[in-house]
Write a protein that binds this ligand. Structure first.
Ligand SMILES: [Fe+2]
Length: 283
């Protein structure tokens, strides 16, 4: 089994077809090289600072999952304007979310955006499905999440490329992947592997002696789920106020209004839409 590699400019229907068939696809040239360079420049100081303060994880399993050979930068919307302007509302991600998530919600939102700088010696992550963050949602269910890892360095088989199990989004839950069923998403900087929340994957081991492998994991979820990152605290109104309206909405500031589909009205402040309150200066 192989991953399909399509151009960023491929027809949306073709990309969605592959996603539905394999559970994953590589989109080449998702970001221009100039954007990758801008992101890397912007992120370097954050990574340097992150290295000086080891994160304290409340749960040791989370610490083991990320390991001690990985530099982490989160809260990207607050720290990295290049992320807000070039990645957060990227039209390809938005189109894919429209196709995959919007049938199950009134709007989708960013779940997490997280740069992982996987260094020599980083072990392969535990294979997992991102949607298991919400393990209590009864199955079967529609897709809850659309995820992606953007290569900010060359991704090779030896430096820790993301590894996915094509077809695993359709597997019975009791089936575990054999080592030979993993496929490595080798990519040039700026390309991205996109996968469903139901697809088994893992960050690969970095078995090189000196290559770092920097990638940006981001995922979007249906708008009625509790997100892994708390964007309202990470990018509070004082920061979000100056962002484009679409960015505010994707960060979760917009009300999730599902009244017309017999759902609820979620995320209001004083019964108002926080995104609108930001615009009027009330929030
Ligand atoms: Fe994951």
């Amino acid at each position: 089994m192989q991953l399909d590699y399509l151009k960023r400019t491929a027809q949306l229907a073709a990309v969605v077809d592959v996603l539905e068939r394999d559970g994953a696809v590589v989109l080449e040239g998702m970001l221009d090289r100039s954007v990758v360079q801008e992101l890397n420049t912007s992120l370097s100081s954050s990574l340097d600072r992150a290295d000086q303060v080891a994160p304290h994880f409340v749960n040791p399993t989370v610490a083991a999952f990320f390991g001690d050979r990985t530099g982490n930068v989160t809260s990207l919307a607050a720290k990295c304007p290049a992320f807000v302007h070039n990645v957060l509302c990227h039209p390809v991600y938005m189109s894919l979310c429209d196709a995959v998530l919007l049938p199950s919600c009134a709007r989708y939102q960013l779940n997490t955006a997280h740069v992982l700088d996987r260094r020599p010696g980083a072990a392969q992550q535990l294979a997992h499905r991102d949607e298991d963050a919400w393990i209590n949602v009864p199955r079967p269910h529609n897709e809850l999440a659309l995820a992606s890892v953007i290569a900010l360095d060359p991704f090779t088989a030896s430096n820790g490329s993301t590894r996915v199990v094509p077809g695993s989004h359709r597997w019975d839950r009791g089936r575990l992947p054999e080592p030979t069923e993993f496929v490595t998403a080798e990519m040039e900087p700026g390309s991205a592997v996109v996968y469903l929340g139901s697809t088994i994957h893992a960050g690969g081991a970095n078995i090189t002696y000196e290559q770092r492998r920097r990638g940006m994991h981001l995922s979007y979820v249906v708008g009625w789920l509790r997100t892994e990152e708390n964007h309202y605290l990470a990018a509070p109104p004082a920061i979000a106020r100056d962002m484009p309206q679409r960015a505010q909405e994707i960060l979760g500031y917009a009300v999730h209004d599902a009244i017309d589909s017999r759902g609820g009205y979620l995320g209001a402040v004083d019964l108002q839409d926080p995104a609108q309150l930001l615009r009027t200066g009330t929030l």
